[in-house]
Design a protein around this ligand. Structure first.
Ligand code: TRP
Length: 338
């Protein structure tokens, strides 16, 4: 499926991830990149720090978030020898290409882009003027994202549902430029949504999210993970009462991390009244710890040897830049008639 294809993944530095981020985004991104490379494609993976400054103005906080996100991906197995792993801000061609793309970006696209619309909606709800507190970085976010994508002739951009529109905007901009110059200056990207990716519920049953305070931590010590897992909502039915596993939150969370055999074991135990809530919470705890323990050690190592990570990112940028330079030249030659 990926032979000869270029896959590009971008992540924003959003701070310490939880189990939901891991199962829903981090693990699928790493696995997809691996698969692409195995099948003879290439994988670009970058940290979108220019996107981040629209919201995060404190350099110390931003630096810490960058550090965490870089170390998380490496800890969970992103291989910088196979994937081109870099920081967006290390590629100066990106803002240059963005500027060229602006000339082909209808303003109406930006008005309709959902990141901007969501911010406007929030202002309206709060009774504030539409554009209160919004900067041009947020408004033009999709064009920068289009540059991220189009620069590397990306074929496939794996995204969550909320980012589909942005990939479509990139495609439209590329199409407009190609049509204008009558040749394929830019490759038209496609979005890819992983079908089997879990939306992991949090310990109160709503979607796991930092803003709800219902997360299971990922890279903290066993005690913190245990504390969260043992706070998962249950009821007071006794163990012996046969239960439908599908109605049990612990089981729901277990689904996204257990093997089919493990899942069957928990399901049967609940149906037959042989497993109580304490048992199944321990089973979930074991599965989470088994999944994260090696990564946690690696994470701690990278966090305390960040200079090594920085040189990996710098090497990644060195691999990415020549490609970006070629795209920039192609565009400049066309738009300036060189
Ligand atoms: N907008 C993406 C997000 O919020 C991050 C991102 C920036 C991205 N540039 C990208 C993703 C290019 C894919 C391709 O998650």
């Amino acid at each position: 499926m990926f032979e000869g294809k270029t896959i590009l993944t971008g992540v924003k530095p959003t701070g310490t991830p939880h189990l939901g981020n891991y199962l829903g985004a981090i693990r699928p991104a790493i696995e997809l990149g691996k698969k692409a490379v195995e099948q003879g494609g290439s994988h670009y993976m970058f940290i979108a720090d220019y996107h981040a400054i629209n919201a995060e103005k404190n350099p110390i906080v931003l630096k810490q978030k960058m550090k965490e996100v870089a170390c998380v991906y490496l800890a969970f197995g992103l291989d910088p020898k196979k994937s081109v792993f870099y920081k967006q801000s290390d590629i100066p061609e990106i803002p240059e290409i963005t500027t060229i793309l602006y000339a082909y970006t209808p303003k109406g696209f930006m008005n309709k882009a959902h990141a901007y619309k969501a911010a406007v909606d929030k202002n309206r709800e709060a009774g504030k003027p539409d554009d209160d507190g919004l900067n041009m970085g947020l408004y033009t976010y999709p064009t920068l994202m289009a540059a991220d994508i189009l620069t590397y002739d990306s074929d496939i951009v794996p995204v969550g549902k909320d980012q589909v529109q942005h990939v479509e905007i990139a495609r439209d901009i590329a199409g407009a430029i190609n049509a204008h110059y009558g040749k394929e200056l830019l490759r038209l990207p496609e979005y890819h949504i992983e079908e089997n990716v879990a939306v992991v519920p949090g310990i109160d049953g709503r979607k796991m999210s930092k803003s709800y305070g219902n997360v299971i931590p990922l890279l903290e010590d066993d005690k913190s993970i245990k504390k969260a897992i043992f706070s998962i909502k249950t009821d007071s039915r006794p163990m012996e009462e046969p239960k439908n596993p599908e109605e049990i939150l612990v089981y729901e969370i277990y689904k996204s991390i257990a093997t089919p055999e493990q899942l069957l074991e928990m399901g049967e135990g609940l149906r037959q009244g042989k497993l109580g809530y304490g048992h199944i919470k321990n089973m979930l705890l074991d599965a989470v710890i088994a999944e994260v323990s090696t990564a946690r050690e690696k994470y701690d190592y990278y966090m305390s040897h960040y200079d090594e990570v920085e040189s990996m990112l710098a090497e990644g940028a060195q691999k990415a830049r020549p490609v970006a330079q070629r795209t920039l030249k192609r565009l400049k030659d066309a738009v300036f008639g060189r």
